[in-house]
Design a protein. Sequence first.
Lengths: 335, 189
Amino acid sequence: MSNGSAPETPRPEFAPRASLEALRFRAGMLRRVRRFFEERGFLEVETPLLSADVVIDLHLDPLPVTVFADPRQASAGRPMWLQTSPEFAMKRLLAAGFPSIYQITHAFRGGERGRLHNPEFTLVEWYAVGQGLAEGIQLLSDLAESTLQRGCAEAMAYRDAFLKWAGVDPLQAGCAELAAAARQNGVAIPDGQELQDRDGWLDLLLVDCIEPHLGRSQPIVLYDYPPSQAALARIRPDCPPVAERFELYVDGIELANGYHELRDAEELRRRNETVNRQRAAEGKRTLPVESRLLAAMESGLPPCTGVALGFDRLVMLAFEASDLAQVLPFPLEIA
Amino acid sequence: MATYKTSDFRKGLKVQIDGEPYLMIEMNFVKPGKGNALYKCKLRNLLRGTVLDRTYKGGDSLESADVEEIDVQYLYRQADLFVFMDNKTFEQYELSTEQIEDNWKYLKEGMVCSMTLFNGNPISLSPPNHVELKVEYCEPGVKGDTATNVTKPVKVETGAEILCPSFINMGNIIKVDTRTGTYVERVST
């Protein structure tokens, strides 16, 4: 339809989406993150991307890989997983007596593609031995400050954020009350949202009412999550109990997720079984409940905090870009 | 009818909700913390132009809408109906004044426009971005005044009124932007 205007020069199909400038900036950020952990005495490690064990989470879908022994029978072989995070392997190192460790690695999550998602992405993951929740939040805040230069992070309880921006108590409200809060706040409610799906309501409120406010003037860490969203975090038996989980947000974007780590193998086994039942109910494949991580936890995981931070998002925010594709050489479509 | 799963959702998709056609004008994949994937969409109703905010969960689906664009030629107006002809099949289509919206202002016999069909029925029309129209009537222009910031209404051949600079005279041909309804330039005197 455009007449007279100069035709745009098409980018050749093989060329990267990100500019040389963006990828230079990314390389600088890799150095900065490494320096941050080296200065604090963390040991850099590398663990397998491909493992027989995998994190069991209702909404994380690992990519299965068949590792064949005979290339002529490529479909027969051992089922393994591209890791959704290096969590299991790193905790096995800790249980074997390693000190505080970190790594910068690729991770894979099936079905995730958008402005802030690519199924293959880069994580910075670290475990600080001997730390509790407050120290874990502090270290994360220090990393945000030194990489983003937007000041230290403010800390706010998940519950306080909900009371402030959604007007409802996320730890004590029933499903009907959460649903009413969603309607009052003008949340777009999916047709398939079931009334009894409590975490579903919390997520809808979080996305529409809370996240847009988070980390606008300075980074913010939300902490003390509902126990139903503990994942691998320890549950603190307060009244009401809370999961010692924390998340960093900048400009409304979730940047990191951390736990004061669960150390009880039996508790993890129970959570795994619950999650597998939920996965089956949603028509998803179940994941192996028994793992070398459980054996490691049975032999003893030291008290620690662990955090996973989305490195691509960190680069995107620091580079003032608005789409991951601006800082990834080859996003999924052209990978 | 085909269905689109959330994994197929993207900008530009034409879908059907409650029997009406919608165009997906925005699609954002969001995934809170450890939560379920959500697909936040803005959908424009192709009949009424209204915009709907909808959120879908991973695994939801939408029906596709049978929507197509064809080139048509404007033939004539008959009371409240505007009659067009498909340039390829010679089939005739009618649009009501409501469906045609402000576009009647730009329709000249024989003009080629783009028409949107839903289930084979016409629902809307897009004229070319620019059309040239003859000025039928206006107050006389001020000779030598070429300022473009002083405007006056002029009546063009289609019967519509367009705001033009004061130097425009009867019989002039002017170019109008159909997307904004504004005067662009004088084509000839």
